[in-house]
Write a protein that binds this ligand. Structure first.
Ligand code: DOR
Length: 426
């Protein structure tokens, strides 16, 4: 019968503007978008005082499916995505087995389509088993639905392999997403190398380990003419290298996650393993530089790097616990709280970085609102305050650095393909 969303502040993420309008959803698509649409037997949802945005797009999540589903699976991960306002996510391949064959691409796509709460897209591994030795069959993976290539979780250590990967991806008009850390320099260390690592008497992951790999991959992108996308940028040095490369005309885009412009390594002292993530939370200087790079567009988009782990795993001592934090259910609120509330970004500009830009980087037809287009959208209150209680998450992962924090901004409604995938108090 259709759903009529009335009186929303509708965001156009391309123009980065918002205007009061109604939006009508019929047969899975947006059938009208205008002021004062008359209801004709449609379900009416009053969105007065709320923003209506394109469904958010997260190009960097870990859904652990197949093989590590005690941490998360495609059903719970996509439910968490819907609760966070996302309608499209791209899954990193560090599953068990690794997403390195066409069958694995099909597995993710099929399960997402049949049982998921959003569009779930696979990212193919760069190397077989993410072992860094043999390139996967890029054309076959692409054919089967891989939206990009990455060995995220681990770096592609060999420059030869990375160069080959960039050339292979270029042929297919796809991108390589690079996890930039020098593996030998970071080993399995838990925290940033610096004040906190010294205080705890632990070896650390130095900023230079990230900067070196970023510099290498920018040089390889320049040489091959291929497009590299730098994952989870966390250091001042990397941001500066990417800024310079863009000025030099290198085909590069880059992302960061809320934790890197909100928190520093000090969080480890307060929150222990919940603040353990790769790359690690860094210094105040890094955090400020990441924020500046988000604002000046050096960092094109914001992703979550949603990385669920079990309570048992995160209960281990800091050096033995796995790295990563969940983010899908807090990302929009964290960004509204720390980017919009202090006046750094307008709401439409933030939504650009969480929808149309990541969609464009992956070459997806997503992240916009247009008549005739899929009704993938979210509605949120940009002012509502709430306290993060991980026990309420749809995700199996409760490992968040935001537990107990009060954030501003709450997702009220998410529609994917015209179906309600999340709804609360509206
Ligand atoms: O902290 C992280 N966890 N960083 C990554 O790059 C991978 C992720 C994971 O898979 O747990």
């Amino acid at each position: 019968m259709g759903i009529l969303l009335k009186n929303a502040f509708v965001i156009d993420p391309i123009a980065a503007t918002a205007a009061p309008m109604d939006l009508l959803v019929e047969d899975g698509v947006i059938s009208a978008l205008a002021a004062g649409i008359a209801a004709k037997g449609h379900e009416i949802i009053d969105c007065t005082g709320l923003y209506l945005a394109p469904g958010l797009v997260d190009m960097h999540v870990h859904f652990r499916d197949p093989g590590l589903t005690y941490k998360e699976d495609i059903i719970t991960g996509s439910a968490a995505a819907a609760a966070g306002g996302f309608t499209t996510v791209a899954c990193m391949p560090n599953t068990k087995p690794v997403l390195d064959t066409p069958d694995q691409m099909e597995y993710v796509l099929e399960k997402g389509k049949n049982q998921g709460f959003c569009h779930v897209l696979p990212i193919g591994a760069v190397t077989v088993g993410q072992q860094g030795k043999t390139l996967t069959d890029f054309p076959a993976l692409s054919q089967a639905g891989a939206v990009a290539f990455s060995d995220d979780g681990v770096p592609v250590t060999s420059a030869v392999r990375m160069r080959d990967a960039l050339n292979a991806a270029k042929e297919l008009h796809k991108i390589v997403i690079s996890h930039c850390e020098d593996g030998e320099m970071v080993k399995n260390y838990a925290v940033n190398e610096g004040e906190v690592s010294r205080q705890l008497g632990l070896p650390g992951r130095p900023a230079i380990a990230e900067d070196l790999m970023v510099a290498r991959d920018l040089m390889l992108a320049k040489e091959t003419g291929a497009h590299v996308h730098i994952a989870h940028v966390s250091t001042r040095g990397s941001a500066q290298l990417i800024r310079q490369a863009k000025q030099d005309g290198v085909s590069v885009t880059a992302e960061t996650c809320p934790q890197y412009f909100i928190y520093t390594e000090q969080e480890i002292l307060k929150k222990g393993t919940m603040a353990r993530v790769n790359p690690p939370l860094r210094t105040e200087e890094d955090r400020d530089a990441i924020l500046a790079a988000v604002l000046d567009g050096t960092l094109d988009c914001i992703v979550t790097d949603h990385a669920p782990h079990s309570a048992e795993e995160k209960a281990r001592p800091l050096p033995d616990a796995p790295s990563g934090m969940v983010g899908l259910e807090t990302s929009l609120a964290a960004c509204l709280s720390y980017l919009v509330k202090p006046g750094y970004l307008t709401v439409p500009k933030l939504i650009r970085k969480m929808s149309v830009i990541p969609a464009a980087i992956l070459g997806l037809d997503a992240g916009t609102l247009r008549v005739g287009g899929a009704a993938d959208l979210c509605v949120f209150d940009a002012e509502e305050q709430w306290t993060v209680d991980p026990q309420q998450f749809r995700s199996k992962g409760r490992n968040t650095v935001f537990a107990g924090d009060t954030l501003t901004g709450k997702v009220k409604l998410t529609l994917c393909g015209g179906k309600i995938t999340h709804r609360e108090d509206i």
